[in-house]
Structure formats: structure tokens, C-alpha cells
Design a protein around this ligand. Structure first.
Ligand code: SF4
Length: 564
């Protein structure tokens, strides 16, 4: 593996190769080296990742319109966003007035708005203008909280910093501020919050559905399905479930300290993880063993039956994983459940626990990588040769250009959480891997792997006296260059000399047979010309005879390409 990756990549500290049971994790949460084009996003985008789904709030980006454009789409969904459209004059003279006016205008465009988030981007982050007074003034004018989200792009090494900032804002300004009636149904004995659950393509509906069958009620999903009110009621939960470690742990710890709510790390990706999570929850809430086991066995059997046809396709296939952060471990586990090998696991901003979990699940020899650049990812994919890459949108076209099926995660079409999510995930992966298009696409590494595996080596005899050109007739060839050719690779095995040809008919006949004997282990002959009897003999032996001229390498290349 080290040889395939080259010294520069294989020896960098952010990469580890899994050896036997020893779990080594890459150095992570460090700054990207200057000059490297990282796949990470900025802190502002991290804050958007958390806050964007809160639809009863007004979201204002204080900065250039380009930041607003960047922050508008989160998990492939477009959200309403306002920009203060800062210009040169505002940068020099201050943008406070513009922000104040934008707040007053924007609230009129969001029906039933209950709060305003003001995102501070790089330019106001650099000018350092104090905008808290503006927010206070607007707050008394519009009679709702106006909160600064101080997340200039440079405020951390990755989007993770912005996620922490946004979580801090929710905790400081909203959680526990509910004035709703305490007897509300949401405050039932068995009530939970889901921390770090983003309800991608209905993931939350799957989880909520399973919990509801155990009588467990979700108060707030931070932040896939969160309103200002449900966030405020979050302190009423009896348990916090940390779904995404990266965004959930800090909030869980803060809520434990302030509201005394215990927390537990669970995952609902994959059959076994989902089943284990349900068992842990039922234990915590003292739900009968029979009830949870009945639910698990019903759902598990159904899912296994539905997934069987897809697992047949996926069995033994190799997967590479590179996306956000903390779902690495759960997704790796689910892929293994599908019978796949996981040969690469990486993320843009994972923490050590994320890597530890993922490394434990990955296969022997798998590469574990933090913050890979596009160039590094390409080298890793070429070296690990996966049948599919699971990654964010940024990696999609790179994978396609390499000829690798690509599955976007977080997913695009259906829920991946829970038992039926497992079936959806298997269906999508199997469909992508077996799509006919991949047979027509030249795979930059698979041309080698097919040659090594599925496609057989072809032995070719080339009639060449010069050793450079195809320059001899078969019957008079003085020597044959013998090549083993496999896809784009070719190896000159040896040069075989033929005896000189005498002028009698019998001698010519003998010489043809001698030459055929000399190269009888070859499947293809390349020469300038050959007589009918040689053509016939090759045809009857089910071999190919190619009449060609030109330099040997070009002819062999042409043969490989036409063989594709
Ligand atoms: S890095 Fe700064 S300027 Fe760029 S999008 Fe993020 S906040 Fe805006």
C-alpha cells in the first residue's frame, strides 16, 4: 500500500493504515497545510449546517452576497436566506445601519418568524464592528430575539468550529426558554431529544417511527426538525440521544451540566446498530424486553428479506468512505453488514473518537485519512481500488472521472436510518455498482485490476527484426518478440530466434511449421504479412493473426484499446 501511495502521502501524519487489530488513528483536528486545496468548508458554513433547518427563524448573512449564496444550500436543500450585501463603502464606513434595516425588512418576509439569526462572515469579522447594539435595538423594535452568530469563515480549522458556535447560540439563547404549558404531551416520561440528527430524506421519520412504537416521544431533533419552540422545550427531555458525535456531544454535555439531562451515544444506521440502540433505550426507559425484541425481529426479518437481492450484488465489493465526520463508524459498520469490504475511511474534520470507531470497523489494510485533499483522495482511490465511493458532493465528479460509482452521503433520495433505511442504502449502492454505464467507462485503475483479475493475460508474438518496428513476413521472420499483454501493461518476455529459410518448397513448408511451433504458446501473432495456410491454421486454433506495420509499441497499444 505504501508503495502504491508514494512516500509523500503514505508518510503524512494524517494517514494511517490499519494493521491487524492494532487501531492507530490519524492526526486530526489540525489546520490544513497552507497551499493545500482542502475539501473542508468554512466556519460560517458549519453554522449554517446546524441552523438552516430552523424555519421559523429569519436568517440574515451579514457580509458579501457570495457568502449568502454559499450558505443557501444545506444538505442539498435550499433555504430562504437574506444578505446585507456589504459593499466597499460599508466595509470602510461600517455596515451597522445596513444590518439594522435588513433585519426590519427581512422579518416581514418570513411568516410566523420567532427569532432572527445574524451570521457574521469574514468581512465584518475582520473589521470587528460591534453589532450587538444593533441587534438589541432591532430586538426591541420587532419584539423577538435577534442573535449574533459570530462565525466568520476563519474562526476555526473547518466547518466544525461553526457547528460549535451555532450549538452554543442555541444553548445560550433558546434551550430552556419555553413558557409553554408543562402538561404538554411532549414532556411525557419517555421523552428524548436527538442531538446531531438532521432528518436527511426522512431519516428522522424512520427513527421517530421506531421510538413511537416503544412509546418514546421526541421533543426536539437538533436540528433536523427543530423550531424555536421545540428547541426551547428541549430541557424537558428525560434523555438526550447523541446521534452525530461531532455536533451532539458538546450540547449533550452542556445540557447535562445545566439541566441534569443524561445522554447516551446511539446510532440508527445499519440493522445491528439500530437494534442495539432500541435495546439500550428500552433498558433505559424500563420497557419490557419482549416488546422491544418483537419490534426488532419483525423489522429485521422484513429488512433482511427485502435487502437480500441487493446484498447478493454487494457481497465482497469494496467501498471507500469520505465525508463529514461522525457517521464514518456507523456507515462503515452498515457497509460491512452488507457484506462489503471497507478499504478506505476518511473525513474532512473527524475527531479522534470518530476515527477510532471507524478504524475498528474497517478492513485489515484499510487507509484511515483525515482532511484529504482532492489530489490525495485520487491517489488513495487509485491505490485502494474501491467498487464504490461514499462521499459528499465535492467528491462526486472526481469519482466519476476516475470511473468509480459514487454514492452521495448524506443521501439524496431516501432515508438511510432505521431498518428500512438499511434496505434503501443497499438498494442504492447495488444499483450504482451494477449500473451498465460503468462497463462503458474506462476506469483509470480498474483497467489494471480487470487485467490482473477478470481479463486474462494475452501472449503476443511480434515478427520484428529491428526490435522497434513490425517489419517481417511471418514465413521469413528471423525472430519474434514475445510479449505478455494485460490491458495497458505489457512485458517483453523474450526474443525467440527462428532458423533461416531455405529456398525449396518443402523447406518453406517446414519453416512455417517451425515458426508456428516456436510460438505455439502465443494467442496472437503480429506480422507484416502471412500466407493463407498460416491464417487458416490460426483460425482453426482459435487464435488471432494481425497484419500490421509500424512501431511495435503503438501496434500493441492499438490492440489493447480495441480489446477494451
Ligand atoms: S470563508 Fe468567509 S468569505 Fe468565504 S464563504 Fe466563508 S464566511 Fe464567506
Amino acid at each position: 500500500m505504501e508503495q502504491l501511495l508514494g512516500e509523500e502521502i503514505s508518510q503524512c501524519k494524517k494517514l494511517k493504515i490499519k494493521r491487524s487489530e492494532k487501531v492507530e488513528i490519524p492526526e486530526c483536528e489540525r489546520k490544513t497545510a497552507p497551499g493545500v486545496i482542502t475539501e473542508r468548508s468554512c466556519a460560517f458554513y458549519g453554522a449554517r449546517w446546524i441552523l438552516a433547518p430552523i424555519e421559523d427563524a429569519v436568517h440574515i448573512v451579514h457580509g458579501m452576497p457570495s457568502c449568502a449564496y454559499y450558505g443557501r444550500t444545506v444538505r442539498k436543500k435550499n433555504y430562504t436566506l437574506f444578505s446585507t450585501d456589504l459593499r466597499e463603502k460599508d466595509v470602510i464606513m461600517g455596515g451597522a445601519k445596513k444590518l439594522y434595516e435588513t433585519i426590519l425588512q427581512a422579518v416581514n418576509h418570513v411568516e410566523a418568524a420567532k427569532a432572527v439569526f445574524v451570521y457574521i462572515t469574514c468581512v465584518p469579522g475582520v473589521t470587528g464592528e460591534d453589532l450587538s447594539l444593533v441587534c438589541k435595538k432591532a430586538e426591541s423594535e420587532i419584539n423577538m430575539p435577534v442573535v449574533l452568530v459570530n462565525c466568520p469563515g476563519f474562526s476555526g480549522v473547518s466547518q466544525a468550529a461553526g457547528q460549535d458556535i451555532a450549538i452554543g447560540v442555541l444553548f445560550k439563547h433558546f434551550i430552556g426558554n419555553s413558557t409553554a404549558n408543562e402538561s404538554h404531551n411532549s414532556y411525557a416520561e419517555k421523552s428524548v431529544n436527538l442531538l446531531g440528527e438532521f432528518n436527511v430524506q426522512g431519516d428522522l421519520d424512520q427513527i421517530e417511527g421506531l421510538l413511537a412504537r416503544l412509546g418514546i416521544n421526541v421533543i426536539c431533533a437538533f436540528s433536523g426538525k427543530a423550531s424555536i419552540d421545540s428547541i426551547a422545550r428541549g430541557n424537558k427531555a428525560k434523555l438526550n440521544i447523541v446521534h452525530c458525535r461531532r455536533t451532539g456531544y458538546k450540547l449533550a454535555q452542556a445540557m447535562k451540566d445545566k439541566f441534569n439531562i443524561p445522554f447516551i451515544k446511539l446510532a440508527f444506521i445499519g440493522l445491528n446498530e439500530t437494534a442495539d440502540s432500541l435495546r439500550k433505550l428500552s433498558e433505559y426507559f424500563d420497557i419490557s424486553r419482549e416488546r422491544v425484541e418483537a419490534l426488532i425481529s419483525e423489522e429485521m426479518d422484513k429488512a433482511k428479506k427485502e435487502a437480500a437481492q441487493y446484498l447478493e450484488i454487494l457481497n465482497g465489493k469494496k467501498a471507500a468512505v469520505f465525508f463529514g465526520a461522525s457517521r464514518m463508524g456507523s456507515v462503515t459498520k452498515a457497509l460491512k453488514e452488507m457484506g462489503m469490504e471497507v478499504v478506505m475511511v476518511g473525513s474532512q474534520f473527524g475527531c479522534s473518537e470518530d476515527y477510532k470507531e471507524a478504524a475498528c470497523q474497517a478492513n485489515e489494510g484499510a487507509v484511515i485519512i483525515d482532511d484529504a485533499s482532492e489530489k490525495e483522495l485520487e491517489a488513495l482511490l487509485m491505490a485502494t481500488e474501491p467498487d464504490i465511493l461514499l462521499g459528499g458532493m465535492k467528491e462526486k465528479y472526481m469519482a466519476h472521472k476516475l470511473g468509480i460509482p459514487f454514492m452521495v452521503f448524506p443521501q439524496e433520495f431516501s432515508a438511510f436510518a432505521g431498518f428500512s433505511g438499511f434496505v434503501n442504502m443497499a438498494r442504492e449502492a447495488a444499483g450504482l455498482i451494477s449500473a451498465p454505464v460503468w462497463k462503458m467507462v474506462k476506469n483509470r485503475y480498474r483497467s489494471n485490476s480487470i487485467d490482473k483479475g477478470v481479463r486474462e493475460k494475452v501472449r503476443i508474438a511480434v515478427a520484428s527484426k529491428s526490435g522497434i518496428e513490425v517489419d517481417q513476413h511471418f514465413g521469413k521472420a528471423e525472430q519474434f518478440m514475445i510479449f505478455d499483454v494485460s490491458g495497458d501493461e505489457r512485458e517483453l518476455i523474450e526474443i525467440r530466434k527462428a532458423s533461416a529459410v531455405e529456398d525449396s518448397c518443402e523447406a518453406v513448408k517446414n519453416s512455417l511449421q517451425c515458426r508456428l511451433d516456436l510460438i505455439q504458446d502465443c494467442n496472437v501473432i503480429v506480422c507484416v504479412k502471412a500466407g493463407k495456410c498460416v491464417h487458416d491454421k490460426m483460425q482453426s486454433d482459435n487464435k488471432r493473426l494481425i497484419e500490421a506495420q509500424g512501431d511495435v509499441i503503438s501496434v500493441l497499444k492499438m490492440l489493447s484499446e480495441t480489446a477494451d
